[in-house]
Design a protein around this ligand. Structure first.
Ligand SMILES: [Zn+2]
Length: 268
């Protein structure tokens, strides 16, 4: 299998068209709008997959990565896709070490920022923010660095305008599509869902033509990692340890900070 013809599409749901979640719940299991977001996320992922296959891709993996990884309407995906799903492996981009030409982010969301739709980092119930080397990071930056560790660049992202501005700062080479304009945590002005799918198809084709311009995004080993929790108990019980074996420092009741050797240590 030619590595240059394999692509990995990570599909979260908060950033897809016409999706704003429920106050107090976001897009948790049972929340209003999750069903719709799962259908639209499937269509947006499919638009990206189709663009790659129409461009001669040999293999496209679609990773259902929202919540417990069981959301998308699998029957509606292009039959040639491989589908990565479920939770519990402790891996971001399971199987990425097998070699891919690029990763794509569909439906990702901003890290905690004023007025960004459904912004959070991995769990809106658990964390206030996360920082690497003193700078705020979100799922796109951490997942992008996991892909980068295996030499795979972020080549495309689609999401709300604030998430895309954060992505552009981290991955200025990547092609991007704005699905909606953020107004508040549960409010936006969305483009029409079919227009968004058409824009994703065109954007992914462009990204594939510009593969030679794509760069990998990484953090040096032994980076500083800071997590601020929403409640005191998880900060108290935080198990992260520095390379010398000491527990992360606790500058205040809610925050832990220390050094991790490898980006994937965040998930251990
Ligand atoms: Zn999600």
């Amino acid at each position: 299998m030619n590595k240059n013809k394999r692509f990995y599409i990570a599909v979260d749901l908060e950033g897809v068209a016409c999706t704003i979640g429920t106050p107090g719940q976001g897009l948790a299991q049972g929340s209003a709008g999750l069903e719709y977001a799962a259908l639209q996320g499937t269509k947006e992922a499919n638009a990206a997959a189709k663009a790659h296959f129409d461009n001669g891709a040999e293999e496209v993996w679609v990773w259902d990565c929202h919540g417990t990884g069981y959301n998308l309407k699998y029957d509606l995906l292009d039959k040639r896709c491989k589908i990565v799903m479920g939770a519990g492996s402790g891996k971001r981009f399971p199987g990425i070490e097998e070699g891919f030409a690029g990763v794509l982010f569909i439906g990702y969301h901003a890290y905690d920022t004023i007025d960004a739709v459904l912004c959070h980092v991995y769990s809106s119930a658990t964390f206030q923010h996360q920082k690497i080397n003193g700078e705020f990071v979100g799922e796109a930056q951490i997942d992008g660095a996991v892909a980068g560790k295996y030499g795979v660049p972020v080549i495309f992202a689609s999401s709300d305008d604030i998430c895309i501005s954060q992505m552009n700062a981290s991955f200025p080479w990547a092609e991007t599509v704005i699905t909606k304009r953020s107004l508040a945590w549960n409010s936006c002005v969305s483009d029409h869902p079919e227009t968004v799918c058409a824009n994703i198809y065109t954007g992914v084709k462009k990204a594939a033509y510009n593969l030679d311009k794509m760069l990998t995004f990484t953090y040096e080993q032994n980076f500083e990692y800071e997590i601020r929790y929403k409640r005191i108990e998880p900060a108290q019980g935080c198990h992260y340890r520095n390379p010398d074996g000491t527990l992360f420092a606790r500058p205040d009741a809610y925050t832990r900070v220390g050094v991790l050797k490898d980006i994937e240590d965040i998930f251990k």
